[in-house]
Design a protein. Structure first.
Ligand SMILES: CNc1ncnc2c1ncn2[C@@H]1O[C@H](COP(=O)(O)O)[C@@H](O)[C@H]1O
Ligand SMILES: [Zn+2]
Length: 356
């Protein structure tokens, strides 16, 4: 879908983005700047994004992240990428954003995991001081491929930042290639994180045959679920898993384009959004990787609406209800709800006379 095909309603709709990987969210213009900083890498544009109508296997998607990581390997790069991504979300009408990213160490550039997180926080603060109209928070990501020890180290780092970042670092994300590693090895680290007050958003059942792992991780329980594609019995999951998700009232972060382009869902109309939404379960529309999957949050809302025949009122409620799923405290939820009340007449183009 081209930018100009997105109805103004979806652009103006105030939105909450809860599932966005920093390096998956890098736009074409930013990639161009990175390529010109590092011409010797010989990286072309086609290697960093999946365009309209294109699909890749999930495995190929993970190759794309490796290419982007080569382009983003200094503090300077991270600062630019994070600042650009935040401003792009703001320009798309996102009022509250939880960014997530895996801290990396790059010996050749002197980047450390600590300076990685500090740089993202610096970008968030810079955007705030420039008056960009968006509240941004950060989730520190654990890449499941790196195993138990690194996970523990990441939890410690996240805890330190949670205590020292004025509420900017709120929790942890578990992500990475779902076919690598097993959740049971990460359970002690995730349990520790939960005990120290970090919120948990876990990628669960993004691919089939992970029912046992999902069952185990749901007992934590996590505070939100990324994808959860194969949890529902209609998708090959089980009623037992659905019951756990419902019992703990764990919101789902749902990313339509990501799942279709990554080929874990065959067609938009097959997306598990429909099962959870019909149940009235908290379901939040998200982008996952807006750069890699060539999308943005307005497009994702419009896609959900056109696929599942949602009225503008229903879409408004969807974006409003996402506020209850954020990790920031209740005071922030109240502020956002006020903002939604204030913006509604503008978005629906009510006039004074309409109510007479
Ligand atoms: C497509 N579905 C997905 N499933 C699982 N993990 C994903 C993902 N998309 C992105 N990531 C995770 O985010 C990293 C890139 O951003 P950061 O370098 O952390 O900012 C990827 O390397 C992967 O670990
Ligand atoms: Zn994700």
């Amino acid at each position: 879908m081209m930018d100009n095909e997105v109805d103004v309603f979806y652009r103006e709709l105030p939105k909450v983005e809860l599932h966005a990987h920093l390096n998956g969210s890098v736009s074409c213009p930013t990639i161009e700047k990175l390529i010109s900083r590092k011409p010797h890498l010989n990286i072309g544009h086609g290697m960093t994004a999946i365009g309209k109508g294109q699909r890749r296997t999930l495995d190929e998607c993970f190759q794309v992240f490796k290419v982007i990581h080569q382009l983003v390997d200094t503090e300077e790069d991270i600062l630019m990428v994070a600042t650009d991504v935040i401003k792009e979300f703001a320009a798309d009408g996102v009022k509250y954003l939880e960014l997530r990213s895996t801290p990396r160490e790059e010996k050749h550039t002197g980047l450390t995991k600590k300076s990685y997180i500090e740089t993202v926080i610096k970008a968030i603060k810079q955007c705030k001081s420039e008056g960009v109209d968006i509240d941004v928070r950060f989730l520190v990501a654990i890449d499941r491929r790196n195993g138990t020890e690194v996970a523990m180290e990441t939890v410690k780092l996240a805890e330190d930042f949670m205590l020292s970042s004025d509420g900017l670092v709120l929790g942890l994300d578990l992500s990475g290639d779902p076919t690598v590693g097993h959740g049971k090895d990460l359970l002690p680290a995730l349990q520790k994180a939960k005990n120290c007050g970090l919120k948990l958003s876990l990628h669960l059942s993004e691919v089939p045959s992970q029912l046992e792992e999902s069952d185990l991780l749901l007992d934590l329980p996590p505070d939100r679920i990324g994808h959860g594609t194969f949890l529902h019995p209609a998708m090959g999951g089980s009623q037992g898993l659905v019951d756990k998700v419902v019992k703990h009232n764990i919101p789902l972060e749902l990313c339509l384009t990501s799942n279709v382009k990554g080929q874990t869902v065959a067609r938009y109309s097959d997306h598990h959004f429909k099962h959870w939404y019909q149940m009235g379960h908290p379901s939040v529309i998200c982008t996952d990787d807006k750069g890699v999957f060539s999308t943005d949050l307005s497009q994702e809302y419009q896609l959900a609406a056109s696929t599942f025949d949602l009225s503008h009122e229903a879409v408004w409620k969807l974006s409003h209800d996402a506020i209850d799923c954020i990790f920031a405290p209740d005071t922030v939820k109240q502020q956002l709800k006020q903002k939604w009340i204030y913006l509604k007449p503008q978005v629906f183009h009510y006039r004074e006379t309409d109510s007479l």
